[in-house]
Design a protein. Sequence first.
Lengths: 328, 565
Amino acid sequence: MRLRRKRALWRAFQARRELSLVQDNTPRIRPDDILLVCTLRNERIRLPYFLKYYRDMGVRHFLFVDNDSDDGSREYLLEQEDVSIWHTAGSYRKSLFGVHWMNWIARKYCHGHWTLTVDVDEFFVFPFCDTRPIQALTDWLDNSGLKSFSAMLIDMYPKGPIDAQFYREGQNPFEIAEWFDSGNYMISTNPEYYNLWIQGGPRARVFFKDDPYSAPSLNKIPLVKWHRNYAYMHSTHMLLPRGLNLVYETEGGEKASGALLHAKFLNTFVEKTREEVERKQHYAGSREYLAYHNRLEDDPDLWCNWSEKYINWRQLEILGLMSKGNWA
Amino acid sequence: MTVGFVMLVHTALHRAEQVARHWASHGCPVVIHVDQRVKKERYQPFVNSLSDLENVVFSKRRACEWGTWSLVGASQDASELMLSRFPEVHHVYLSSGSCLPLRPVEDLKQYLAERPLTNFIESVTTEDVPWTVGGLDHERFTLRFPFSWKKQRRLFDRYVTWQRKVGYKRKIPDKLVPHLGSQWWCLTRQTLSAILEDPDRKIYDTYFKKVWIPDESYYQTLVRLYSDNIESRSLTLSKFDYEGKPHIFYDDHLQLLRRSDCFVARKIWPKAERLYATFLDTKINPMKGAEPNPGKIDRIFSKAVERRVNGREGLYMQSRMPGHGKEHGKTSGPYSIFEGFSDLFEDFEGWLSRSVGARVHGHLYAPEGAEFAGKQKVFSGALSSEARLRDYNPCGFLTSLVWNTRGERQCFMFGPRDNQEISWLVATDPNAQVSVISGAWAVSLFRSNMSFSEIRREAARLQKIEAEHLDILRSREVKARIRIWTLADFIESPMEPLQMIIDEIAPRNVRRLAEAPRMRDLTGFGQFLQNLKNQGMKPHLMGDFPMGNESDTRARSHKRPYLVK
């Protein structure tokens, strides 16, 4: 495991050459700031709401890796004072889907900071997030001696065909994709890395019903008090050292956890799928996108009678998708 | 007469300054002890910021570490300074930098003036405290603790174990009876000075220096020597979680804190702007006169601890994945499984849902896919009926179903054709009610259109599977409510067992069953079993099913639905 971690860090170190600094606002980072690391490609339309959402939450600095966007994403970010950007034309697949890039940036800039690693379509929700900023959570985690915080990915989707409603820039995506699956998740433990493996939700239900094993993983550990020796292994699904993956209680109790609301299924998704199928830069030969592509032809409705309409974190708490643990 | 505050400060100095200023400007002297580990660059501005107030003084700084004598030493120094410097002080209140007064200072002064001789200090004998960290209560007083609990945990634990093994015991000084309690107290000048000026203080101090977490026991024990007038409760609202860490208050606790009528609360999150703004503003803080009543806050925090320690029964999720035997309940509510009933009775599901107020599914584990109630393709929680998805994690499918339908009892059919993987889960789950008519699957085979050789093969397969399943249901680890009849026994008198099962599902349903389920036509079934035997198979799970004409007549007599009054 130690070797694997070293190797991941070495890859990250090599990946530094692929990254060129476009805008460096990192000197502005103060010691207690909460940072956000994100890799993106052509997500211009999502950026304004994304930045607003996390600024309001209390994130102080954004570290973006731009994988060669050509839709003005980079130009938009250049105007922001709390944003640092790296550009790369490197292969997303070869960088282990951005993991090497992120590990490098985290190692260099996030040591000692609480660091949130998310995609542009992932929106972090934690207990009391409507009344407390994220610093309250990280202070509490510090106080409790915890170094990582899990947040399961919850796929949100609209009612009706995915491309029926158009997402406007700056709009809250969950005004459109306001539905989710509340109780069809399959969990197993991964003895190798100690993490939980969670699958299910609408993607398993609609796209992977014949091959559930290939359904995307939903377990994520996006919030970590970063140390330069840590490394993400597969996206943010698991980390090394392995102890960081023990975000769940095995003695019967519940640890605190949050959720990542996934705003993937907007009208932009159809376009994206077409592009990704051609680029083949995603996990396992983009098989996920191939599965979407095949099904999208018949314009599926992810919504069903038993879909749940999103209200707030308390609803997710009651449904058992996340937990307050002993935070009150 | 007034009350003086001793403040122990180590972080969030700007908040401590705010609170000290609040107290001092309302005529309460404040003595502040700042942890030695606070850097000079931060300490000096803090001192300067309070230099305009005459009744705020600073005591000698010590380096403080949790669980050690240093905290008591700091409070002793500061208390002595308070008593000598401010003769008008009648009560001394020990507080920390993260304390926040919830009621007007005048209110507290008046409250204490009405009780001039009362010491407010939680002081409980070691036998009666349920909340000690690390399971150490009386042993705090009899063992030695040279290692830090936070930094040298392993050494700490080993040394404790070793001492226990060897039987080492320190002697507790005469006269002392160990008491424990919250470290935040409010003592009268009389009692406090008696403690600090006792000629034996050196002996006591020497002893307590080696007690673990002496700030929870030093004053709490000694106060018993000097005063009979003890209110064993703290005026500071302070809640601890299961690891002994204090709960923290945030802006959204404002109303709760308001209604608690407590004088001081701790710990307050330093960035809780609204709390500080509200409670330090004398104009908009209307609390008055009432006795402290932290009941509601108590409940919230004890619920949080309960959630952390026990969790929600039957829930499996990203931060709760109980290991084997640690579940506190494998599923979240009772459910019923019927095996063989749908083979024997026509439309058993329909009959059952009319008889009990529960959700009745078909064969949830059928190889073709889950037969949800009403033939739905998707059910509660967006569970899919797809066989592959279900069989990917069959036990999770069941626990999810029961969790998703909390408050509504689920019933479903089961049989040897179905995925058997849930057998152990069901057998060891106290929430499961399992009723089995063994061998009833043969009725379906008997009525099927298959060729006899196929039936023969299928019968052998199903019998083997069901026999294994029944072995599990009869094993020693069983916790479920399990009833098993052979087919032959069951059709002797089908109504009694049915009534029994239904009563158990819906105990309030006092009326007798008005309608019996219609049994399938069993004419020729005895002969069918005999044919199987003739083909060299031994159908044993059905019991002794009578052969030939006799069985036919009995079967016919049951064919008509009848009423039982």
